[in-house]
Design a binder for this molecule. Sequence first.
Ligand code: NAD
Length: 339
Amino acid sequence: MRYLITGGCGFLGSNLAAEVLRNGDELFVFDNLYRTGTENNLTWLKSLGKFKFYHSDIRSYNDVENVILDSKPDVVFHLAGQVAMTTSLDNPRLDFEINVIGGNNVLEAVRKFAPNAIVTYSSTNKVYGDLEWVEYLETKSRFIAKGYEQGFDENVPLNFQSPYGCSKGATDQYMLDYNKMFGLKTIVFRHSSIFGGRQYATADQGWIGWFVKQAIDIKKGLLKEPFTISGTGKQVRDVLFADDLINCYFSAIRNIDSTQGKAFNIGGGYNNSLSLLELFGELENSLDIKMDFTRLPVRQSDQKVYIADITKANEIFSWAPLISKATGLQRMINWVGTV
Ligand SMILES: NC(=O)c1ccc[n+]([C@@H]2O[C@H](COP(=O)([O-])OP(=O)(O)OC[C@H]3O[C@@H](n4cnc5c(N)ncnc54)[C@H](O)[C@@H]3O)[C@@H](O)[C@H]2O)c1
């Protein structure tokens, strides 16, 4: 099998790329090395095996067409993207070019030159908007979404909000439409927060990694001032460890007859949900530290609660996460400690 991974030097892309190499399949990696840490991931991948790397830009149709013609992929994992909500608010045009034009470049080049390829798209729960119409209860440590305690399924109405929500949502819908209109074998994964090795987290993206880094810095005595959080800290997300994401992608493509043309909510589910305050509690226990923080105003367009209902993925391609949030967190502490 020939795998092309756009954004293949990023966090998720490099984890998927490593799995392709482990399986002995042919790998083609496309990335413009925009994200911090991508050069390290590229070096790491080179240490694992042979593949072809294209230092190219997803915004350029020519770049994308060239790689599709050259790699003749059986599978395209399309992950290249502008990934931070905050950046999309600072520079909505950049966000649009990378996420919408980039996504359409992939679809068009595949439609013309590799129409039998499977294309997966890494979308986001932000396609459901801020979910401000839900009623929220508040406990000491977290918000609870009344009526959606076990999570939000794919029947929640789409509601694109923020440039990031619009740009990811547009390509999410184009992916499904190219299946209906042109018969492309597309699959959409709407992700919750994912964490794990090869993630170079920032304050704007990768919250588990970011706060684990604050905790490790406290442990090492490097953080003298309290760190900041946005909002109350009671906001909740379901978290998924990267290894479970790899299983998800490969299971879905093995079952392409039943997965194509569909969108799936993919996250850790209710059992792996966590608020910021609960995360801090876990880190304090695990590292024997005290996490002091100060509060900033709530971030624009921040969901109070998002937990994925992952029943559809389980029913259609028998996928469920296997790594608990506690195990994942311990592995994340180990990874961040080495970076
Ligand atoms: N990690 C998560 O929790 C999460 C959640 C929801 C959705 N997603 C989606 O999954 C995908 C991968 O996310 P990630 O966490 O690995 O992020 P990441 O930032 O580590 O990876 C994105 C990759 O895209 C590359 N890229 C950016 N602009 C590019 C351009 N113009 N041309 C070519 N490459 C470009 C970056 O260099 C990077 O390697 C993204 O599309 C993201 O929106 C991730």
